[in-house]
Design a protein around this ligand. Sequence first.
Ligand SMILES: *Cc1c(COP(=O)(O)O)cnc(C)c1O
Length: 425
Amino acid sequence: MKKNLETLCIHGGWKAKKGEPQQLPIYQSTTFKYETSEQMARLFDLEDEGYFYTRLANPTNDAVAKKICALEGGVGAMLTSSGQAANFYAVFNICQAGDHFITSNSIYGGTYNLFGVTMKKLGIECTFIDQDWTDEQIEACFKENTKCFFGETISNPGGNVFDIERFANIAHKHGVPLIIDNTFATPVNCRPFEWGCDIVTHSTTKYMDGHATQVGGCVVDSGNFDWDKYAEKFPGLTTPDESYHGLTYTKAFGKLAYMTKLVAQLMRDLGSIPAPQNSFLLNLGLETLALRMRQHCENAQKVAEWLEKNPKVSWVNYCGLPTNKYHALAQKYLPNGSCGVIAFGLDGSREEAIKFMDNLDFISIVTHVADTRTCVLHPASHTHRQLSDEQLREAGIAPDLIRLSVGIENAEDIIADLEQAMAKM
Ligand SMILES: *Cc1c(COP(=O)(O)O)cnc(C)c1O
């Protein structure tokens, strides 16, 4: 039976059979037992399905991956131990030394560093583009060895909305897949595969978990990209893998080629697997994801509107506001709401932002976003504190930028806390 999103949040993944636990069990075991040596050998040859070692597959992890896969409408998904690992695996699965890829420059700082610095050391080069560039400017960045295009549905912390359909068309015109980090929107508010995106990643640490209990990630494949059509670009998928009995992923697994390689090769060799205990916690978060996202968005909209009218606030960036540069794109891709994260500024100085934050009552100062509790972060005095005001502006971050992650408390209480903190400035 076809199920809607709210139902999938609860019933996706784990299905209890007769006499089994109703709640997803935590299979906190490294390994799984077999009766004969032959049974085990068939698993290693990928001839039988079954569990043998948690680095490759674990029933708790798999059930949660299946739920996220169903929410995104993909054909396969793999959990990773962090969002960073998910983004690395998603790109590294189709890029090797000597290859190149393209990414929006408006992405999470950790991903920016991973792509621009660490992957460069592995011999993989990356070009950062501005989402406001014309098609011609962006297309000029594609090279012979370009293997994918990357962006974030709603960028962290900038709040820019990615024009998925437009960038999917550009990527496909050049024979490469579009990979999207859908962390902030979640499949509740946007399902990138419906707009032509090929692969989705998540930091499940954020809204999916939603209670700040575990760090995790996920890669989901739509199964739509035709690797064989561009076989010479993707030899890792379309030619025999010597480290896997000379098996060719596209021939042996069809639509599951990308995901099978990611598990059988990258996870086997790099091993960024989540603990089953963490996946259990993530699953509890996912059960209420649809419900929570609605409340995050409703509260954030009220807070953004209040901030915009406040004379002490010099600017507000939230795509739910009609005055916002990304409002039209948000209406197309995020018609039911975007997320709870707002960026705003006070009077332009670092000092005022610090005073404001220190005056807050229940709104907490943390290096985190997207959980039930409202929280703030001031990049100029936290994540980017080594930069001068001028360097900050060059990085696209105003010295007074406050990232406010609106939680699911009572909206009037959130506004009252902001108001009393501003009154004391
Ligand atoms: C937090 C975040 C990441 C990194 O995820 P971790 O789980 O912290 O490793 C990647 N992308 C986005 C958009 C994020 O917000």
